[in-house]
Design a protein around this ligand. Structure first.
Ligand code: DC
Length: 220
């Protein structure tokens, strides 16, 4: 069994930024499970399936093959043999992933892939149900969150910096909607595991969050 660190939390809390830095510091592999749900979402979008068509989504899981490899330490996601990594971070794919990840067949499909990676490697894995469901025996569990306003502001700044015009209130609404879906679905909803350390990054810089999380890892 590898050494396992689980980081869960809502959209925009900075999980991937932080997890990548902790992985570098500690020499672990960073596993982005959101990217796997996004790859599944891309598959459904390509087939023209609506997220409400749950039977069609479940049936389409049969011919979706999601695999992961690491190139220079960076996770690459393949959907039916095609490297789709660069296409996963759009709002369209993110929203579709937020909806279709509530469907049990979709979660079943990715469970073994995620557990298998953690079995063989030292990993820091981020997602929504890692500490509660995927790796209940993880060595360290972190629940990373921030206020809706902070998360919306970070997202707004990130998009503006990239020259993408956006509306702050719309971003905030999108984050609220995503929280609502991720936290209230029946299968593996987002919640803090009982033995997870709560880190609220609303008033913390990136370095401080990384140091806080590394201090919990170093305790062991
Ligand atoms: O972290 P992200 O924004 O890339 O994730 C996209 C969606 O996938 C998110 O809205 C919820 C879902 N997801 C999930 O249900 N379980 C995970 N372990 C990771 C992501």
């Amino acid at each position: 069994m590898g050494y396992n660190v689980a980081i869960d939390g809502p959209a925009g809390a900075g999980k991937s930024t932080i997890a990548k830095l902790v992985a570098k510091e500690k020499g672990y592999i960073y596993v982005d499970t959101g990217a796997m749900y996004r790859a599944m979402a891309m598959h459904f979008l390509k087939k023209g399936i609506q997220p409400e068509e749950t039977d069609k989504v479940a049936a389409a899981c049969e011919d979706a093959d999601v695999t992961i490899s690491y190139e220079d330490g960076v996770q690459q996601v393949y959907l039916n043999g095609e490297n789709v990594t660069a296409q996963l971070r759009t709002e369209e794919v993110g929203n579709m992933a937020s909806k279709t990840s509530a469907i049990p067949k979709v979660r079943e499909k990715l469970l073994e892939l995620q557990r298998g990676l953690a079995r063989n490697e030292n990993v820091i894995m981020d997602g929504r149900d890692i500490g509660t469901n995927i790796l209940p025996n993880a060595d360290v569990k972190i629940y990373l969150t921030a206020s809706v306003d902070t998360r919306a502001k970070r997202r707004y700044d990130e998009l503006t910096e990239k020259g993408i015009s956006c509306d702050y209130e719309e971003i905030k609404k999108d984050i609220r909607d995503r929280d609502e879906r991720d936290m209230n679905r029946e299968t593996a909803p987002l919640r803090q595991a009982e033995d997870a350390v709560l880190v609220d990054s609303s008033d913390m810089g990136i370095d401080e969050v990384v140091r806080t999380i590394c201090s919990h890892i170093n305790l062991l």
